[in-house]
Design a protein around this ligand. Structure first.
Ligand code: GRF
Length: 197
């Protein structure tokens, strides 16, 4: 399966995916990486020899719609079958979501449906939850809301800080994301309503 990964930052999830995808038995290849700004993840993509790496600066587009059209154009040009948002820090709109429905996943640093949006680790600590974690889900029209492909948990300890909790969750993301992409690319996943079977 040809996978396109869209990033905005450090790219550690991208790197985890590239490490797994390098194994001969992995059923997906990372054919394209797009960043919406210059960022560290671009260097990672180049280091792993991703064949197509593009920067599409969102600031260069008059509207989010035009920016998203350019993303779709590139993804189509490279015959991408599954789009992965891996630390992509923008919200996408109806046309993009409709076009890529059931072919677009995101990794989010909380156990959805708790703590949608930003600052998830801080909010988890403030709320006092005892378990936190990460979720890989299909993207729908609502923020951090689509059918859940997989989740992974961590304990929240009394002395956890935002930083220690973020590090524990990120480590889980690095295992969860490649595992979920593998399941999808192996054809083992089916969406039934809001559930992923
Ligand atoms: C991850 O925690 C991701 O879930 C969140 O931002 C962080 C980015 O990590 N949206 P990276 O860019 O993959 O290192």
């Amino acid at each position: 399966m040809r996978v396109g990964v869209i990033i905005s930052g450090k790219g550690s999830n991208l790197e985890a995916l590239l490490q797994e995808a390098a194994k001969p038995s992995y059923p997906a290849e990372i054919s394209l990486v797009i960043a919406d700004r210059p960022c560290d993840g671009i260097g990672i993509a180049a280091r792993y020899g991703v064949p197509n790496v593009e920067i599409v600066p969102h600031k260069d587009y008059e509207t989010p719609g035009l920016f998203e059209e350019e993303l779709t154009r590139l993804l189509e040009e490279h015959k991408i079958e599954l789009v992965v948002f891996a630390g992509f820090m923008r919200i996408v709109h109806t046309n993009f979501v409709k076009h890529w429905r059931n072919r677009l996943i995101n990794v989010h640093p909380s156990l959805l449906p708790s703590f949608k949006g930003l600052h998830t680790h801080e909010r988890a600590i403030d709320y006092g939850v005892k378990y936190h974690g990460c979720t890989v889900h299909y993207v729908n029209e609502h923020l951090d809301d689509g059918p859940i492909v997989g989740q992974s948990t961590v304990r929240v300890l009394d002395d956890d800080t935002i930083e220690t909790l973020a590090a524990k969750v990120l480590e889980k993301e690095h295992k969860l994301l490649p595992a979920c992409v593998k399941k999808i690319a192996s054809g083992k996943v089916r969406i039934v309503g809001h559930r992923v079977i």
